[in-house]
Design a protein around this ligand. Structure first.
Ligand code: MOS
Length: 721
């Protein structure tokens, strides 16, 4: 059956991936702008961690355990030490033990191996190539033990962590979930959905691989050029691990080529650089290879998510249960807050959210763009679509009727905090309008564009709006050459988001001058302490301090500084979240199972948009990463070898320009008085949440096939039912 015309394809239907231009912004006027460091980046003047010129530097190459569980025995470095350019081989036997509770950062002084890829030593040589060649010649004895790397719903080791990230309650609930699930079925009306969704291990894969250069001066001060999302926190962690006074560690990181969370915590390469530099008395450079990043820089846990939803005949939720199983490392607990988003989204008579972990022989999972909300909203918003189908209700309307009056489960009670602002419905309505949702035929598998099956899908987005304490300073510069210019100093990180540009604009608006007159110095732990570029909190956290410092300068005339600790401590009493609506159009080749996404459209309500160019870049970047998650991203786990396989970008597929012919981001400006003075809710992560569900829902609409295990590959679409 064919119903061409219901969905209008973008351009030539024979070439559904034809380039359509990226994200035309309508309704926001002409958007112009640039990043203040743009010229430095395109001319190569901007230096990333590995590129800083350091005299007399040598190179360290990691030795990694080839077993996932067991004991480390003797190490024979004789052959490696005789190879060209080799200066030293470091391991537990010839380096001093140092403190630190972090298993993965306590390099070399563990006799046990608990994940494949664990650092057990390093070779230092005159070049990266010589170090790498010699590393292959180091012989280490291991006594392997049985390992366990596979997450399953019936894993015998499942346990209830005390908290989930970032300190939220592990389980919450109210009302009678069982009764709420039974009621609609007993009444013979309404609907019930009981489904399990899974997401695989995923890896962040920023463009710039992790790297560090370490050097010690004669006074025992350590300088590290590191690729980090937070110089202050990186300094503190490095100091703690090495047993140093933080005043004796300086982290410099002026430019960072992405992180997506993987550079939000100190990674082992920085510690390795520091101890190697100490051992050989020269600066040491460490650059992880793309392959090494798959074991040394974190990953997103796989999830198994059981969703149970009940709704009455009008679509009102009678029960909502979201029970999550995920993995953590043998020695490090990381409890992704996968069901936390469900506590925010919909009003219901009864709710339950739970998280259980299995300790496996894997590297510690860590942050990856919207940790928690990304996998959680995929499952919740897919299940909501299933409920809409079961009810015969439009999925936009289903969400609208379940709009809560207050945050449903913020305190584990039915009556939660009021929202500081919540515009999910406005996003859904505006998105439906712009996307052309009206008149959508809900029947699955009935539209064709040429040989392609066509479908559309919708999902909601959400992400918390928070900020952390920060300090900042600003000076009015003196001298003829700089008359009327200002310098803002803050240990913020610009990880490719345009933080310098945004902070300069915030400062300029308070100072009442053009942004060109403000210079922002960041990316150095010797600058005033600042929190991470993470959790979509950078601009709000740093911006609060920068604005306050500039206000102080206006009183003083020459200098201003600020510490927002007290201010931020007063951030309570409101549920602060961004919301959004994602719409996707997909085309599925019924013969090959290939999925194309000719169109993604998102509308976001994220407070006041500080800089439209930078915000749009975050929105469409997040949406693209969500598409990537839906269709491509997966780190396969080799149960027998106890390892992640496919450790490179040839095997781990990430969406490219050709995969996203049209990604459009719009926003609804919110004037929310309960945020920081700049009024932004953060834009780094909202764009990825919900995208994968919108695509999965569109794939169902196109084909009638509900794939509940990401990524949605041709093999899964073509598999016999
Ligand atoms: Mo992002 S995962 O909050 O660095």
């Amino acid at each position: 059956m064919s119903e061409t015309g219901i969905i209008e394809g973008p351009g030539d239907i024979e070439r559904p991936g034809a380039f359509q231009g990226h994200g035309v912004i309508e309704g926001h006027g002409v958007i112009e702008g640039h990043r203040v460091e743009g010229r430095d980046k395109v001319t190569g003047a901007a230096r990333y961690a590995f590129e800083h010129p350091v005299a007399d530097a040598v190179y360290a190459y990691p030795l990694q355990a080839p077993i996932a569980n067991g004991q480390i025995g003797a190490l024979d470095a004789a052959e490696a030490l005789a190879m060209p350019g080799v200066i030293a081989v470091l391991w537990g036997g010839n380096t001093r033990p140092f403190g630190g509770k972090d298993f993965e950062l306590s390099l070399f002084h563990r006799s046990d191996v608990t994940y494949r890829g664990q650092l057990v030593g390093a070779v230092i040589a005159d070049t990266q190539e010589n170090a790498r060649a010699a590393a292959a010649a180091v012989r280490v004895d291991y006594t392997p033990a049985e390992h366990d790397v596979v997450l399953r719903a019936d894993h015998p080791g499942l346990y209830r962590p005390e908290k989930i990230n970032p300190g939220l309650p592990t389980d919450t609930g109210y009302g009678d979930v069982a009764a709420g699930l039974a009621a609609p079925v007993l009444a013979g009306t309404g609907a019930r959905v009981d489904v399990t969704y899974t997401t695989p291990v995923q890896h962040n894969n920023p463009m710039e691989p992790h790297a560090a250069i370490a050097s010690w001066d004669s006074a025992g001060t350590l300088t590290i050029y590191d690729s980090t999302q937070g110089p202050s926190a990186d300094r503190d962690t490095i100091a703690t691990v090495l047993g140093l006074d933080p005043g004796h560690v300086r982290v410099i990181s002026p430019h960072v080529g992405g992180g997506f969370g993987s550079k939000g915590t100190t990674r082992p390469h920085a510690i390795l650089a520091a101890i190697a530099a100490s051992a050989v008395g020269r600066p040491v450079k460490v650059a992880l290879t793309r392959q090494q990043m798959f074991t040394l820089t974190g990953h997103r846990t796989p999830t198994i998510q059981h969703l149970q939803l009940g709704a009455d005949v009008d679509g009102r939720l009678t029960a909502l249960a979201h029970d999550v199983i995920e993995h953590t490392a043998a020695r490090t607990e990381f409890a992704e807050q996968t069901a936390a988003c469900t506590r925010v989204m919909y009003g219901t008579q009864a709710m339950r959210t739970t998280h259980r972990l299995a300790r496996l022989n894997v590297p510690a999972p860590s942050w990856m763009r919207a940790p928690g909300e990304t996998p959680g909203m995929y499952a919740l918003e897919s299940a909501m679509d299933e409920l809409a189908v079961a009810l015969g209700m439009d999925p936009v309307e289903l969400r609208v009727v379940n709009e809560p009056a207050a945050e449903p489960d913020s305190t584990g009670r039915e009556s939660g905090l009021p929202f500081s602002s919540r515009n999910l419905v406005a996003c859904l309505r505006a998105g439906a309008d712009r996307f052309g949702w009206a008149g959508r035929d809900p029947r699955p598998g009935v539209r064709r564009l040429g040989r392609w099956l066509a479908g559309t899908g919708v999902a909601a987005s959400t992400y918390p709006a928070r900020r952390r304490p920060s300090t900042a300073a600003v000076d009015k510069l003196n001298g003829d050459a700089v008359d009327g210019e200002y310098e803002v100093r803050i240990a913020a990180a610009d990880i490719g988001t345009g933080a310098r540009t945004a902070l300069g604009e915030i400062a300029a608006s308070v100072l009442g001058v053009d942004a060109e007159r403000v210079r922002v110095i960041l990316g150095d732990s010797d600058l005033p302490d600042a929190p991470l570029a993470g959790g979509s909190m950078g601009t709000a956290s740093w911006g609060s301090a920068v604005a306050a410092a500039c206000a102080a300068l206006l009183k003083d005339g020459a200098h201003g500084s600020a510490d927002t600790t007290d201010d931020v401590a007063g951030d309570s009493g409101w549920a602060r979240h961004s919301f959004g609506a994602q719409f996707a159009e997909v085309l599925v080749d019924p013969l090959t199972g290939e999925v194309r996404v000719p169109r993604l459209l998102g509308v976001f309500a994220a407070g006041r948009i500080i800089n439209p160019v930078l915000a749009r870049s975050q929105f469409i970047g997040g949406m693209t990463m969500g598409l990537s998650m839906a269709l491509l991203e997966e780190t396969a786990v080799d149960a027998a070898a106890g390892s992640f396989v496919g450790q490179d970008l040839a095997q781990y597929h990430i969406a490219t320009c050709a995969d996203v012919p049209s990604v459009e981001a719009f926003w609804i400006d919110e004037d929310d008085p309960h945020l920081w003075p700049g009024g932004g809710k953060g834009v780094g992560e909202i764009g990825i949440t919900g995208t994968a569900a919108a695509i999965g829902n569109a794939v169902y609409h196109a084909t009638g096939r509900r794939v509940r295990n990401l990524p949605i590959t041709p093999a899964k679409l073509l598999a016999p039912v």
